[in-house]
Design a protein. Structure first.
Length: 300
């Protein structure tokens, strides 16, 4: 009985996947991202830190999808929209960074240190960053961007070009295209991270972005667009997610510690948060372990 149910589910998933080509897969992923931005817009304007985070995730997922299907979808209109997304993400990023630092400052182990080294400036900066973000989210420029993005996804100049490729039968099938690109991204991740222990902050940040895009596309291709089974990429998804998260936590910890560097009058040893070196080393070790896991996991 269970075998019959699994077989039927597999057939339904295969039939669903057969409805997609590269263009429709991109459209479904991108439309889901724009929908998430709209869904969380009012909550973000009301100061909900999680809503701000979810909008940033949606934007990163959208940009990841464009990078992944770049040979198909990138056109002059995308280059303009990309600049507008960078403007939007700038204000969202500043607000999100403030939220993360405030969250660190409220933890029991850091509370006294933050009060002594940062004081009242932290919440003032958070308020300022959120006001700027809300002004951005409520602006006509934001609404024009979302409408233009929806229009481009549904019927941009890239779409007729794709249709011509289909008529010429020069378009690669979706599953074959995805496997090729996922493996290419994985190889790039491994190459860029091979000296992870010695990488500087900017190189680690670029590696984290690559890991994040790789993770998001794995999730999109098994969730939003059912091209592959949910467990098919677990061997690479788990270490990629761990690598992205640990590098992100390391970046957040360093940003939180930064205000203490300019403090005056304290012992230099107290200018870092309590346990900073130990936590930094722990995160670096976890990132290296995740990288090795991704390297040893094999191809997608």
């Amino acid at each position: 009985m269970k075998s019959t149910v699994k077989t039927k589910m597999g057939l339904r998933k295969a039939a669903s996947a057969a409805q997609f080509d590269c263009a429709t897969a991109f459209q479904k992923i991108a439309q889901d991202c724009v929908g998430k931005v709209r869904l969380h817009h009012s909550s973000a304007c009301a100061g909900d830190a999680e809503a701000v985070h979810q909008i940033r995730v949606a934007i990163t997922r959208l940009r990841s999808a464009v990078f992944f299907f770049a040979s198909i979808v990138v056109d002059a209109e995308w280059r303009r929209l990309k600049k507008e997304l960078a403007w939007l993400n700038g204000s969202l990023g500043a607000a999100r960074d403030s939220d993360v630092v405030v969250e660190y400052a409220r933890r029991k182990r850091y509370r006294d240190w933050a009060q002594r080294m940062i004081g009242e400036d932290l919440e003032a900066h958070q308020t300022r960053d959120h006001r700027r973000m809300v002004h951005c989210l409520r602006s006509p420029r934001f609404h024009d961007l979302i409408e233009a993005m929806s229009g481009w996804i549904g019927g941009g100049s890239w779409l007729p070009r794709w249709e011509r490729m289909l008529r010429r039968k020069s378009a690669r099938p979706l599953k074959a295209y995805c496997k090729r690109e996922l493996n290419r991204w994985r190889r790039q991740l491994i190459r860029k991270g091979r000296r992870l222990k010695a990488l500087g902050a900017s190189a680690r940040h670029r590696l984290r972005i690559r890991a994040k895009r790789f993770r998001y596309m794995l999730e999109a291709l098994t969730g939003i667009v059912p091209v592959f089974g949910h467990g098919e990429f677990r061997h690479v998804h788990t270490p990629a997610k761990q690598l992205q998260r640990t590098l992100g936590d390391l970046r957040d910890l360093k940003r939180f510690a930064r205000p203490g560097l300019s403090a005056q009058g304290d012992d230099p040893g107290q200018r870092r948060p309590p346990g900073y070196r130990r936590q930094r080393q722990k995160l670096r070790s976890a990132a290296i372990s995740a990288y090795r896991g991704l390297k040893e996991a094999g191809a997608c």
